[in-house]
Design a protein around this ligand. Structure first.
Ligand SMILES: *Cc1c(COP(=O)(O)O)cnc(C)c1O
Length: 377
C-alpha cells in the first residue's frame, strides 16, 4: 500500500503532467505573464462552468472576500454575520475593513451557519451575511436569501471549499454555490478542490454593475489606464496559474465525483459504529463536494484518536481546533458562550480524514479499520 497522504497533489499531477508541463512552458515563452490570454480564457470557461455572468479572477481567496466586501460598499461599523466555525480568512477581512464581524453558531449536522442564529444576531446595523459552504457542503441558501430579503442584506458566499457543488432548491432546480447570493468568492489554493500550483482566487457575480466595480478594484481601482476612480488593491491571478486551472477545470467534476465516492466508502465502513457520526450523503449527492471528510466521535478522546492514527501512518487533521469567537484576535464582549454550543462541541469532537482524488480502496479500508479498532478497544 502506498503511503497515505492527507492531500495527494503529486499523484494528481502525475496523471496530467504532460499537458501541464507543456502549457507552463508555452506561457513562459509567451511572456504574457499578467492578464494574458490564459487568464481571460480561464475566466470565460469558469463563467460557463458555473453558469454565472461574471468571474473576476484575483490573487487568492482571502482577497476575493475582501474585494467583494469593498465592492458592495460596506462601511466601517456595518455588521457582517458569519459562521463561528470556519477558516479565519472569512472573519479576518471583515475586521480588516473595520466592519464589525458578528460570529454565530453553526448547525450540528452540516456544520454550516445556523439559520436560527442568524435571525437572532440581526440588528439595525447588519448589512451582510457571509455563509461558508464548509468542507464542501452547500449551506441552506434558500433560508439565508429569505432572511436577507426581509432585512435588506447582502449575501456573500464563501465558496473556497465548495467549488462545483450544487445547491438544490425546494422546487428541485439547481444552481452552483457561489452564484446564488449577491456575490461569491473562491480560492484556488493548491489543496482546494480546484487548486492551482500557487495562490489564486476568484469572485463571482451576476450583477453587471458590481462586476465592473470589482474588475477595477482588483487592479488598483483603475477603469481606464492610470485613472484611479476608487481605492483598489493589487490582486491578480497570474497567467501560469490560469493555464494550470484551465486544464484542471476540465477534470473538476471527475475530481469531485472521486471525492464523493471515497466519502461513500468511508460512510459505509462506519455505518455500524454508534460512536462515529459521519457526514450525511444524499442520494445522487451533488450538494457536497467533500473538500474535507469530517467525522464527529463520541465516547472516545478525539485527541487520543488523532495521535493514534498519526502513529499508524494515517494523516488526519482537526479542522478547526478553536472557535473563531475564542480566538484572541476576534473576541468581542457581545459573545456569550451559551450562544456557541455547537461550535464549542465540534472543536472537541471533529476529525478530518485523508480526502483527495487518489485514495485507494486499500487505504480507505486500512484507515477505517484502524479507527474502528481504536474506538472499540
Ligand atoms: C482557503 C479558504 C479561504 C482563503 O483562501 P486563500 O486562497 O488561502 O486566501 C477562505 N475561506 C475559506 C473557508 C477557506 O477554506
Amino acid at each position: 500500500m502506498e503511503k497515505i497522504q492527507m492531500v495527494d497533489l503529486k499523484g494528481q499531477y502525475n496523471k496530467i503532467q504532460n499537458q501541464i508541463d507543456s502549457k507552463i512552458l508555452e506561457v513562459v515563452k509567451s511572456t504574457a505573464y499578467i492578464n494574458g490570454p490564459e487568464v481571460h480564457n480561464f475566466q470565460k470557461e469558469l463563467e460557463d462552468y458555473l453558469g454565472v455572468k461574471h468571474v473576476i479572477p484575483c490573487a487568492n481567496g482571502t482577497d476575493a472576500l475582501q474585494v467583494a466586501m469593498m465592492g458592495l460598499g460596506l462601511q466601517p461599523g456595518d455588521e457582517v454575520i458569519t459562521a463561528d466555525f470556519t477558516f479565519a480568512a472569512t472573519v479576518e477581512v471583515i475586521a480588516l475593513l473595520h466592519l464589525t464581524p458578528v460570529l454565530v453558531d453553526v448547525d450540528p449536522i452540516n456544520f454550516n451557519i445556523s439559520i436560527e442564529a442568524i435571525k437572532k444576531a440581526i440588528t439595525p446595523k447588519t448589512k451582510a451575511i457571509v455563509p461558508v459552504h464548509l468542507f464542501g457542503k452547500a449551506a441552506n441558501m434558500e433560508a439565508i436569501l429569505e432572511i436577507a430579503k426581509e432585512h435588506n442584506l447582502y449575501v456573500i458566499e464563501d465558496t473556497a471549499q465548495a467549488i462545483g457543488a450544487n445547491y438544490t432548491y425546494k422546487d428541485g432546480s439547481k444552481q452552483k454555490v457561489g452564484t446564488i447570493g449577491n456575490v461569491g468568492t473562491t480560492s484556488f489554493f493548491p489543496s482546494k478542490n480546484l487548486g492551482c500550483y500557487g495562490d489564486g482566487g476568484a469572485i463571482f457575480t451576476n450583477d453587471d454593475e458590481l462586476a465592473h466595480t470589482l474588475r477595477g478594484m482588483v487592479n488598483h481601482g483603475m477603469y481606464e489606464r492610470y485613472y484611479h476612480d476608487v481605492v483598489g488593491v493589487n490582486s491578480r491571478l497570474d497567467s501560469i496559474q490560469a493555464a494550470i486551472l484551465r486544464i484542471k477545470l476540465q477534470h473538476l467534476d471527475e475530481y469531485n465525483a472521486v471525492r464523493l465516492n471515497a466519502a461513500i466508502k468511508y460512510n459505509a465502513a462506519f455505518s455500524n459504529e454508534e460512536n462515529i457520526i459521519t457526514p450525511s450523503i444524499c442520494e445522487n449527492c451533488d450538494c457536497h463536494v467533500f473538500h474535507q471528510y469530517t467525522l464527529q466521535v463520541k465516547n472516545v478522546d478525539r485527541n487520543d484518536l488523532h495521535k493514534h492514527l498519526l502513529e499508524k501512518g494515517i494523516p488526519n487533521a482537526i479542522y478547526y481546533p478553536v472557535p473563531l469567537h475564542s480566538q484572541k484576535a476576534y473576541t468581542d464582549k457581545r459573545y456569550q458562550e451559551n450562544d456557541f454550543k455547537v461550535t464549542n462541541q465540534l472543536v472537541e469532537t471533529v476529525l478530518s480524514l485523508p480526502m483527495h482524488t487518489e485514495l485507494s480502496n486499500n487505504q480507505i479500508e486500512f484507515i477505517t479499520q484502524t479507527i474502528i479498532n481504536f474506538i472499540n478497544k
